[in-house]
Every structure is written in C-alpha cells, then in structure tokens.
Design a protein around this ligand. Structure first.
Ligand code: PLP
Length: 390
C-alpha cells in the first residue's frame, strides 16, 4: 500500500459481517442498519452495499447521506432520521426516501409535493416519549395519523421513538416503552394496522428484548462497539483502524519544547517522530475536551507501533503532531513506518482514504470520492475499476 499515504483508514468487511450476524442472532425483529455519520466513520457507500441485501432498512441522518447511498443502491428503503426542509422535499420524493414526520407543516408541504409529482412518499411518524428532542407528543399522534391518512400520496408506513438512556437507565427506558406501547394500542384500536413500530437502538436491543417490536434500529453494535455491558452470548469484532506514516524522525535535547505554544517540555534527551495528521483530520477533536476538568485529566493519545504504545506529545496542530519514540529500540530507523492511532471514529475526516479488507485481502478502496476495486501486489496497491453506480 505504498501509494497510500500518508494517512488512511482500514475497514474489515468480514468483521462488519460478523457483527451483523451477531445482531441478527440476538434480534427478534428485522434490522434497520444505521449508517449515519458516514457509517460511524466506516464509509457509507461500501458499508451500505454490504448491509443492503441483508437488512430491511438503512437509516441516515440527512438527505446528503441518503443520496450517497443512492449512488450505489437504488432499491433499499432509507429512513432519513432528520425531517427535511421544504426545499428538500422534491429530492426525497425523487429518490424514494422515507421521511420522518414531526410537524403539521411538514405533512401539508409533503402532501402538496407528492400530489404535484403524483408520487407516493413513505413517511414514519416520530414520537417523543421522553428524549425531549425530535418528534411530536404521544397525545397528538392520533390526529397526525388521521391527517397523514387523508393525503392520497402519503403512505404512513411506520411510527417510531428513540430512547434517551437505554444503556444506563432501564427504569426510564421502560417508561418510554410503556408510553410507546400504549400509543400502539390506541392507534390499532382506531383500526390502523400494518404499521412498523420501532424504538430499539443498540443498547435497548441488548438490555430490553421487549423493545424489539417490528424493527430494531442498530448502529453501534454493527461497528463492533457497545455503550452497555455485553452479555456472554455476544461477541463483536473490531472493524476500523487509522494509520499514518512517520515523515520525520529527529533527536531533540532535554529541556527543549515541542510544537505550537511550547506546551510540552522534554524531561530527557528524546527521539521525536512527526506524523502528518492533525485536528483538520479530526484527531484530538472532542467536545468533551473543552471542559477544563477533562483537559486536566486527559490521558495522552498513544499510537501503536507493533503493539507498543508511544505517546503523542505537544499540541496536535492542524495537519501534524509529534510522537515520543525515545523508548523504541530502533527509533532512528522509523522514517516511513505506519503507526496505528486509536481515536473516536466518527470524528475522523471522511475524505481520508479507506481501504476495505475482505477475506484478509484488500477488496476496494474509497479514495477521492470514489470507490475503486483494488488489488495488492508485492506490497503495492493498484486501483482498477470505479465501482460507483454498480
Ligand atoms: C433515531 C436513532 N435510532 C437509532 C440509532 C442507533 O443508535 P445506536 O448506535 O446506539 O445503535 C440512532 C443513533 O444515534 C438514532 O439517532
């Protein structure tokens, strides 16, 4: 992979497949795979291709993400979790995207758009059962159902809610579920059947099987992580790594300081490596770090070279940072070596190349806004056909 450089992400498609199998094994309902946030940093196009034939729905945050999926798949139903703005309605209809409904204005605008285009638009009604963020109150739901059902080109396909704390407050989550199920009962008593009722995210899928209902909307678990303790019946595989190559190695004397602001002073004669990744790539960017207490307690990022940890020292700059290589027995020979950087995946810039592995081999690469079929020969990576639109 010598061409690839100096910074790239690897994604293990077999691990994603394994995790999807685990989710399927534990869910009593069909799956909606959440691929928002560039598939939690894994690259929305390739991940959507992998999941599309194996799940019932994909969910994204907004129109832009949905259109990314449509470049590789025209068929899979896509639920867009954020309601559209008026100027986006036509695109929702054209690309068969499922709309989240949260206001009467939206129903009316969508009804007008669908009539003008003579096109059925699928909608899911979002109920706020206690997250106190998006959605309408359960009390308003029956009126909304009636309003939507009166529109000839709107198809009310589903009703959903989202849990605020399914990872750490099950009492509260149960209260949300009760509200949601009471609404389900009331709406079915009015004769509205064949609706998809859904509420479970990853943590609820694990902690409260009674939340599975007609569909589970799962993200985190697919990507090998969990916000709640995993029971023994689960095993997830890691899916993602970030690498950058060392572009300079040098000796620096004790007492000298490293990088912008001279914030880090060397306590010994050291060997310092520079890697070309910084906050414009998303490294070290974490909202929590704005809190003083976090900055004080913060542990350094440790990069890995052959499983040994080496700390990032000094300030992370826009496109570069420094690592302390002093403890490496061959520190001065490390120019060009790839280091693995543990970090928060969704924060990493989506433009970084992604190398997808399948059956332990490179299968394709996302690079400069395209998916390429790729093969590796003698450590060199060759890009072949552009896979977009297939
Ligand atoms: C509405 C909604 N449903 C489901 C999910 C998936 O959550 P998780 O990643 O915890 O599975 C999200 C993600 O934030 C979401 O916003």
């Amino acid at each position: 992979m010598k061409w690839l450089g100096p910074t790239w992400v690897t994604v293990d498609l077999d691990a994603l497949q394994h995790n999807l199998n685990q989710v399927k094994k534990h869910s009593s309902a069909p799956i909606c795979a959440v691929v928002k946030g560039d598939a939690y940093g894994h690259g929305i196009r390739r991940v959507s291709q992998l999941f599309a034939s194996q799940v019932n729905y994909l969910a994204v945050n907004d129109l832009t993400e949905a259109l990314e999926i449509r470049t590789v798949n025209n068929q899979i139903p896509i639920l867009v979790l954020c309601p559209p703005l008026p100027q986006q309605l036509k695109a929702f209809a054209l690309h068969n995207l499922t709309v989240t409904i949260n206001s009467q204005n939206l129903v009316e605008a969508l009804a007008k758009q669908s009539r003008q285009m003579q096109k059925i638009i699928k909608v899911h009604l979002k109920i706020d059962t206690g997250m106190n963020r998006l959605g309408i109150s359960p009390n308003e739901a029956i009126d909304f159902v009636n309003l939507i059902k009166r529109q000839p080109f709107l198809k009310l396909e589903g009703i959903y809610t989202h849990f605020a704390a399914a990872n750490n407050n099950l009492a509260y989550t149960r209260k949300q579920l009760i509200k949601f199920k009471q609404l389900q009962q009331a709406i079915s008593e009015k004769g509205h059947s064949n609706l998809i009722w859904h509420c479970a995210n990853s943590a609820a899928l694990i902690n409260l099987p009674e939340t599975h209902l007609d569909l589970v909307r799962v993200g985190t678990l697919l990507y090998g992580q969990s916000t709640t303790k995993l029971p023994d019946s689960w095993n997830l595989q890691p899916t993602w790594n970030l690498f950058s190559r060392i572009i300079q190695v040098k000796k620096i004397a004790k007492g000298e300081s490293i990088g912008y602001g001279l914030t880090y002073t060397l306590k010994r004669h050291s060997v310092i490596g520079v890697i070309p990744i910084g906050y414009s790539d998303g490294l070290g960017v974490d909202v929590k770090k704005h809190h003083l207490i976090h900055r004080l307690l913060e542990k350094p990022i440790n990069v890995l070279i052959h499983d040994q940890e080496y700390p990032v020292i000094g300030k992370i700059a826009m496109g570069m940072c420094c690592i302390d290589l002093t403890d490496h027995p061959k520190a001065l020979d490390l120019y060009g070596t790839a280091v693995c950087i543990p970090t928060k995946r969704v924060l990493i810039n989506q433009r970084l190349p992604k190398v997808y592995f399948q059956n332990k081999k490179v299968s394709c690469v996302y690079f400069q806004n395209h998916l390429w079929e790729a093969v590796e020969k003698n450590g060199q990576l060759y890009l072949k056909d552009n896979l977009n639109g297939r």
